[in-house]
Design a protein around this ligand. Structure first.
Ligand code: URA
Length: 433
């Protein structure tokens, strides 16, 4: 076998790795034989020179096999997972997981934390008093069996390669590479042992993939590699040119998710959850087709079953389930400010990444992994793309611990909103399935 240095040379010079070489790179890195600086060099070589179809599959397989796999064989039925490539205000999992579980498809999901301008499901869930995101894999499987739903932090012994590689990619400007993103996402799903995976590939100013062509290429690669590793993968391309729904933060997003489960959510979030949920019910064998799936989901919301499943899930993970009825039990930062439109017109759109950065400035996100977050900080938008506004109309309410944070958050938010003189057609929610 080539030395680690020789393996870096292969990629530096644009060569093709063998399956054994990629296994060796991944295992040597996880064991510590390959140092962080060597992996950083290899990642940059892979970022610049790419990995071909076979290499991407081999890398993904080696990553998935780098640690323990989750055994969900004791859970009856087809386990369906959902993964979003990350966005701003993306609280889909908080709605979709209990909604789909309430219709009889078990949901076993491992989620991540927010980083940079994108939020993370775990941080949002932890804003519910008492909620625990760490369960060992046996307790995880048991909860899925007993309650039909569990959402936990990726455990340290599942796909350790991704954890270590992602931490380096994050600080070496090597995140937005299609083969590396595919390896990261698909390896986690394969190690997590879901039978089928629905991928929500975000496209637009708030996503890693800024153009539709890039997002389409990523989606096709995710499906190809997932299927080559024996899993059913379906991908949709959904819009991230404006935040999803109105809330951006942590507890503010939990409030919006609860409202959506009650049937009072924003239109775009509700429609995204119903459309994705219908596909998950079909993948899980619970609905014949998407029309039937949609009806089951709408019935579950109307009957209160969706919210009841949310309550059972929160309680099972130690959280205060009374938040479902009384959202004053969720934290809310004490200092608030309304941001108003400087002039009249139509909301042409948002720089969604800018809105995410405004939320970070308020304290809702973290710039570095070890940074604390303020669960009660965030933004609630009063307008969406296409809405007409008059000068002085409120466009958002901001929440933070102090005036200094409000000041920076407000400046960033104002810079992220585009107002046009002519009526504007809002962007489509879906670009492609
Ligand atoms: N999400 C992931 O899980 N991994 C990536 O590399 C990018 C987005």
């Amino acid at each position: 076998m080539k030395s680690v240095e020789e393996l870096i040379e292969v990629k530096r010079d644009g060569g093709k790795h063998t399956e054994q070489e990629l296994e060796h790179i991944v295992n040597a890195f996880v064991s510590g034989e390959m140092a962080d600086y060597q992996m950083s060099a290899w990642l940059m070589a892979a970022f610049i020179n790419g990995l071909d179809d076979d290499e991407t599959v081999w890398l993904t397989k080696a990553m998935a096999e780098s640690g323990r796999t989750v055994d969900l064989s004791s859970v009856p039925g087809t386990k369906v997972d959902k993964h979003s490539t990350g966005g701003v205000g993306d609280k889909t999992t908080l709605v979709l997981a209990p909604l789909v579980a309430s219709c009889g498809v078990p949901v076993a999901k491992m989620s991540g934390r927010g980083l940079g301008h994108t939020g993370g499901t775990l941080d949002k869930l932890e804003s519910i008093p008492g909620f625990r995101v760490t369960l060992d894999t046996d307790a995880f499987a048991k909860q899925v069996r007993d309650v039909g739903i569990a959402v936990i932090a990726q455990s340290a012994d599942v796909d350790p390669a991704d954890k270590k590689m992602y931490a380096l990619r994050d600080v070496t400007a090597t995140v937005p590479s299609i083969p590396l993103i595919v390896g990261s996402i698909v390896s986690k799903k394969v190690a997590g042992c879901a039978d089928a995976v629905l991928l929500d590939v975000k496209v637009g100013s708030g996503a890693f993939m800024k153009t539709e062509a890039e997002a389409r290429r990523l989606a096709a690669e995710l499906v190809r590699v997932g299927e080559r590793l024996g899993r059913r993968f379906v991908a949709v391309l959904s819009d991230m040119d404006q935040p999803l729904g109105c809330a951006v933060g942590n507890a503010v997003e939990v409030r919006e998710a609860i409202a959506t489960l009650r049937g009072d959510g924003p239109e775009d979030l509700t429609e995204l959850c119903i459309a994705l949920g219908a596909k998950m019910l079909v993948l899980g064998g619970r609905a014949e087709d998407e029309r039937e799936g949609r009806q089951l989901l709408l019935d579950s919301i109307a009957s209160g079953r969706a919210l009841e499943t949310f309550r059972a899930w929160i309680a099972a993970q130690g959280g205060d389930a009374r938040v479902a009825e009384d959202d004053s039990l969720l934290p809310l930062a004490p200092a608030t400010r309304e941001v108003t439109a400087a002039r009249g017109g139509w909301i042409a759109g948002f720089d969604a990444e800018g809105v995410g950065r405004a939320a970070m400035a308020l304290g809702a996100g973290r710039a570095r992994k070890e940074d604390p977050i303020d669960p009660g900080a965030g933004i609630v938008l009063a307008v969406k793309a296409g809405d007409e506004v008059a000068a002085g109309d409120v466009i958002a309410t901001l929440y933070a611990q102090d005036e200094a944070r409000l000041e920076e958050g407000a400046a960033r938010l104002v810079a992220s909103v585009r107002i046009a003189d002519e009526p504007v057609t809002p962007p489509p929610l879906f670009h492609e399935v």
